[in-house]
Design a protein around this ligand. Structure first.
Ligand SMILES: [Zn+2]
Length: 355
């Protein structure tokens, strides 16, 4: 009987705990990622100096990342290439990590993602989302070789940023529904292993009664975000973690720059998409309630007004949403509602989820 299996690329090390940054050097040495200590470290403008002081890496060279743009990432990539480093660690929030992933891929060296907040699922994914010529495309990059999440730093980040990761991971439930819909309607291949990672990540967070105040919750959230990254790596795209939820979020960001943040908008988009499923696809209403209750429990937005948008503004974003991701088939493309119908659905949605 043939024994067939596939190999999945994954980070060599996942380290989620308090004080993880301080022992970064030993993690890199133990895992043979960097045996000579020739490490470049990229830090964001916020906590950069503090983090650099905490590191047990006496000979590392520190680079500051000020912008989340392709230009900034290319600039860093050139410096990494000329410096003969064994590895680069990107320490900070999503922007710093995305810039470092891109630069490391360009320089052909391994990248270690050191996350200081849990705002989104890009920590362990093979995707960089960077600003370029007015847009923010998702660019394929190599998967981080190690993922380090320091709960001390996570705790010192503004709590709304930590909570917003809940919205991003829970939005997987909606993204998976969209993927399976595309499978049924268009015959798009659905990868069961990728779905397994993405769904388990979301379900692990969905029903927990505790909050970002507890280390146990933060650990599960961090691991959920890592698993979401694995799901994307297996799928070779953001499909398992990005459907109508993220189309709505990208449209909001394009139309109303500066509104809320990634994870909060992903959760809101997922809840609205779930409402459409209940109304048009006979999705169980109890399922939508579970998502709503989870978002409310973590003080995340559920209505457009929670992120400062009125119903008309949100309607415009939903109308625009499919254009943000051409080729991705979700409930929005499936229903193909007119602007009037979308306007009515948003009104009914607000009534249904209001608190
Ligand atoms: Zn996301």
């Amino acid at each position: 009987m043939p024994l067939l299996a596939r190999m999945l690329p994954s980070p060599l090390a996942i380290d989620v705990r308090r004080g993880a940054v301080a022992s970064l050097g030993s993690v890199l040495a133990d895992r043979r990622i960097a045996t000579e200590g020739r490490i470049a470290v990229a830090v964001g403008p916020g906590q950069g100096a503090q983090i650099a002081a905490d590191l047990d890496l006496p000979h590392c060279e520190i680079f500051r990342v000020d912008e989340g743009t392709v230009d900034a990432a290319t600039e860093l990539g050139k410096k990494l290439r000329s410096g003969a480093y064994e590895a680069v660690a990107g320490i900070g929030g999503g922007k710093t990590i995305d810039v470092t992933k891109f630069a490391a891929t360009m320089a052909g060296i391994p990248m270690v993602a050191v996350a200081t907040n849990l705002a989104h699922d890009g920590i362990a994914s093979p995707v960089s989302s960077l600003e370029h010529e007015g847009g923010k495309p998702s660019i394929g990059v190599t998967m981080p070789i190690a993922v380090v999440i320091d709960l001390d730093y996570v705790r010192s980040a503004p709590s709304h940023l930590v909570r917003s990761g809940v919205g991003d991971v829970v939005s997987n439930i909606s993204a998976i529904e969209d993927w399976e819909l595309a499978g049924r309607v268009n015959g798009e291949p659905v990868d069961g292993m990728s779905v397994t990672f993405a769904r388990v990540a979301a379900e692990a967070v969905l029903h927990r009664p505790d909050s970002v105040d507890s280390d146990a919750f933060l650990t599960v959230l961090a691991e959920g975000l890592v698993l979401s990254g694995m799901a994307m790596s297996v799928a070779g795209s953001s499909r398992p973690a990005s459907g109508a939820c993220h189309e709505v979020l990208h449209a909001v960001t394009q139309l109303y720059p500066g509104t809320s943040n990634h994870g909060e908008l992903a959760g809101l988009g997922a809840l609205y998409a779930s409402f459409l499923r209940v109304r048009h696809l006979d999705w169980p209403e109890a399922r939508m309630r579970e998502i709503r209750d989870c978002l409310v429990r973590h003080e995340l937005p559920v209505a457009p007004s929670d992120v400062g948008l009125d119903e008309e503004a949100f309607t415009r974003a939903v109308v625009r949403a499919p254009d943000t991701r051409p080729g991705r088939f979700t409930i929005l493309e499936h229903l193909n509602l007119s602007e009037d119908e979308i306007g009515r659905s948003v009104k009914d949605y607000v009534e249904a989820v209001g608190r």
